[in-house]
Design a protein around this ligand. Structure first.
Ligand code: 2IT
Length: 452
């Protein structure tokens, strides 16, 4: 992976120089730029309007203070962010992440990626991301509620159903979205529930939204398998993490005759040779997520192997790897193990789970097919956009209707990515194809709307 187009090279160097100490942001920009070389070589008009120089600069970056009180009366202050990265094709859209390590770099890389991902969904949503360095671990419900209320009090003036629509991400699930919406409604005095997605069903949430990221990833995987004249039935899958996304993958894989045999947590990984596929097991995964950041209790409960302080990669008998936890969880060492273990499909699911070094290595390996997170996980935000549509028309769609649209969306994302790569003579390169296809729509919208 390299950037050879002189204009893109200049923009990349300037981005690094003017955004010091933002390694994740630089990484995401490098990865996208390295795919866009052939596009900029063919379209000098983009350089003439400094399109890429504009695309790497967020339209707006809001930072704010979030003060909250713990249950013993102690006061705490956290940082809050909302990065409205690109609004050329629709209202800003993207999740909120509450995690200790959240910083400018993480928020910006996520917002940048979101712009291309949202474009790939084919729906009118711009790219954004936000969050806080608040650590939800060990906090009571009441503390979470106070934190969310304070966070929304600072944020509400910058968002709205036609302006910017946050949702969940790591550390922000249904409970947090509920508290955030409650506070928004209290402050606005109006029923604007399209302002957030991932809501509970009783106040405008969409069926299938909790499952959407995982289901979408599996639908996309099925398209890749179809392209390779292969099928999902009988496949063994290793995932990392056991959050909302992994849970959706487990559920859909089970429905389609495949099984997830590995999952991991902060404490190590679990190997369940029978698959994490029964209702009891799947419900326990959900329960686990609410209580701990550890997966060992699963191994104890279901009598299977637990390996402490290790990642689930490179074990024998795995056909498909789906890293679904967090950024940069797969480095070159993990990637080498994955290839050596004979895995045929590497599907990124978490946002940017692979270091650029590992990604370059995997993409160069002939024995493995690599698919990028901005395509594979786009079903999550895609169904968020369907939730917005339902809120706008004040209607509720059936589970079948949402699921059918999600499936159609994922089939199309795979198709347009494969076609974009083909158009530029890159073969079946899903990474470059997703970047190019996502870029095209945003580039066209920005060009037609003039310079700003
Ligand atoms: O990374 C993502 O796409 C998300 N966290 C979901 C964002 C959304 O707006 O549903």
């Amino acid at each position: 992976m390299e950037i050879t187009n002189p204009y893109l090279k200049r923009v990349y160097e300037k981005t690094v120089a003017s955004n010091p100490q933002q390694p994740e942001f630089h990484q995401a920009v490098f990865e996208v730029f390295s795919s866009l070389d052939p596009v900029f070589n063919r379209h000098p008009e983009y350089e003439a309007i400094d399109l890429m120089g504009r695309m790497v600069e967020p339209e707006r970056m809001i930072t704010f203070r979030v003060c909250w009180q713990d249950d013993r009366g102690g006061w705490h202050t956290n940082k809050g962010w909302r990065c409205q990265f690109n609004g050329a094709i629709g209202p800003f859209k993207g999740g909120l992440r509450f995690q200790k390590n959240v910083c400018d770099s993480v928020i910006k890389f996520l917002g940048f990626e979101q712009t291309f991902k949202n474009s790939l969904t084919g729906l009118p949503i711009g790219g954004a991301k936000g969050g806080s360095d608040f650590d939800p671990e060990g906090k009571s419900d009441a503390e979470i509620q106070r934190f969310c209320q304070s966070f929304m009090t600072a944020l509400y003036r910058f968002i709205g159903p036609d302006v910017d629509v946050p949702a969940g991400d790591i550390g922000v699930g249904g409970r947090e979205i509920g508290f955030l919406y409650g506070q928004y409604r209290r402050l606005k005095g109006a029923w604007e529930n399209g302002v957030l997605t991932g809501k509970g069903l009783s106040y405008g949430g969409s069926l299938i939204r909790p499952e959407a990221t995982g289901y979408g990833a599996v639908y996309y995987l099925c398209e890749v398998l179809k392209h390779e004249n292969d099928t999902i039935a009988g496949k063994n899958i290793a995932v990392s993490g056991y959050g909302n996304v992994s849970w959706g993958i487990m559920k859909k894989a089970a429905q389609l005759g495949a099984k997830v045999t590995y999952m991991s947590g902060r404490d190590g990984y679990v190997y369940d040779p029978d698959g994490i596929n029964t209702e009891e097991k799947l419900n326990y995964v959900l329960e686990l997520r609410e209580k701990h950041l550890h997966c060992k209790p699963y191994a104890e409960k279901f009598g299977c192997k637990f390996v402490p302080n290790a990642k689930p990669w490179g074990e024998p008998g795995v056909d498909i790897c789906m890293p679904s936890a967090t950024q940069n969880e797969v480095d070159l060492e993990c990637a080498t193990k994955i290839v050596n273990s004979g895995v045929k499909y590497y599907m990124e699911v978490a946002n940017m789970p692979t270091t650029n070094e590992a990604l370059a290595y995997l993409r160069a390996e002939k024995s493995i097919i690599v698919a990028p997170s901005k395509a594979v996980n786009a079903g999550g935000v895609g169904v968020s956009a369907l939730e917005m549509a339902q809120n706008s028309e004040r209607l509720v769609w059936t589970e079948e209707e949402v699921d059918a649209q999600l499936k159609k969306m994922m089939i199309n994302i795979h198709k347009v990515s494969a076609e974009a790569a083909e158009e530029y003579g890159l073969g079946y390169d899903l990474v470059a194809g997703a970047n190019i296809a996502g870029f095209k729509k945003v580039a066209e919208a920005m060009t037609e709307q003039g310079c700003f």
